[in-house]
Design a protein around this ligand. Structure first.
Ligand code: GLY
Length: 263
């Protein structure tokens, strides 16, 4: 029985990775991404979003910003609104101006996180009417404060999850995902956070923690290849996993959610 959908997605914005993708930021130690595979994995990701019923806006590669295929970091999208981010890494700041005109086509107003606030979209986890705001090495307290105020005006509540001491993850959503049906996927290291106590938790064992960055897209859950316990658990909870090879993106600290803005 497929799980009920809390939010139906109709569109996604993606950006083709540039041939200088390997020049982006990373802390991972999995080697240098192979560009042919980068493109193949991106193409398969886009096909999968289409198979989930989404219409795609595909932006061209932006060679000025090697990390710009990780479009999720440029904006926070709610059901009816978009808030522009201000990425915490200086090399990524210009990505926001490049995404703005695309979002303008779909959203009437585009409030923005302003300096000295910094905020990466990957730190923001929407769970229906509540948002978890990750305080990380990219997203600072002022960024979180500004976003919480924008969300409150839109009728959403929020709470802050401090991941600054968790060196194994870049962003909050490297470690948690909301799947609807009051269900949170959460990496073991974060699973005992009292903020998550009212949710059904799918705890991801340490050896599969990269898999925690999975994404519910309509009837499916996109999940990275190579995490059999998590994939089996998703099935066991009635979700329908769509497994994608993410090896080249993992080398650049990227995950499934980072590769699209969904709305
Ligand atoms: N390579 C993704 C990031 O560091 O932002």
């Amino acid at each position: 029985m497929p799980k009920e959908i809390d939010r139906v997605f109709k569109h996604a914005i993606v950006r083709i990775p540039g041939r200088n993708f390997a020049d982006g930021l990373t802390t991972a130690d999995f080697g240098v991404p192979q560009y042919e595979k980068v493109l193949q994995q991106h193409a398969r990701y886009c096909e999968s979003l289409r198979a989930c019923g989404l219409a795609l806006t595909t932006l061209p590669a932006d060679l000025k910003h090697p990390d710009s295929t990780f479009v999720e970091d440029t904006a926070v999208l709610t059901q009816n609104a978009a808030i522009l981010c201000r990425p915490g890494a200086p090399s990524r700041e210009g990505e926001v101006a490049a995404i703005r005109p695309e979002l303008k086509r779909f959203f009437a107003s585009l409030p923005a996180i302003e300096a000295p606030g910094t905020l990466d979209g990957g730190d923001i986890c929407e769970a229906e009417d509540h948002f978890f705001l990750g305080l990380s090495l990219r997203t600072n307290e002022e960024g979180v404060r500004q976003l919480a105020a924008h969300l409150a005006k839109l009728g959403y509540t929020s709470s802050v999850v401090d991941v600054r001491s968790m060196t194994s993850i870049l962003h909050l959503k490297s470690g948690i995902a909301y799947l609807g049906d009051n269900t949170l996927v959460v990496m073991e290291e974060m699973a005992d956070n009292p903020l998550f106590r009212d949710y059904k938790l799918m705890r991801v064992p340490a050896e599969e923690s990269y898999g925690a960055n999975c994404v519910r897209v309509n009837d499916r859950v996109l999940v990275a290849e190579g995490f059999p316990q998590l994939t089996a658990e998703l099935k066991g909870h009635g979700f329908d996993p769509l497994v994608l090879d993410m090896s080249e993106y993992r080398k650049m600290d990227g995950g499934l959610s980072c590769l699209s803005l969904r709305f």
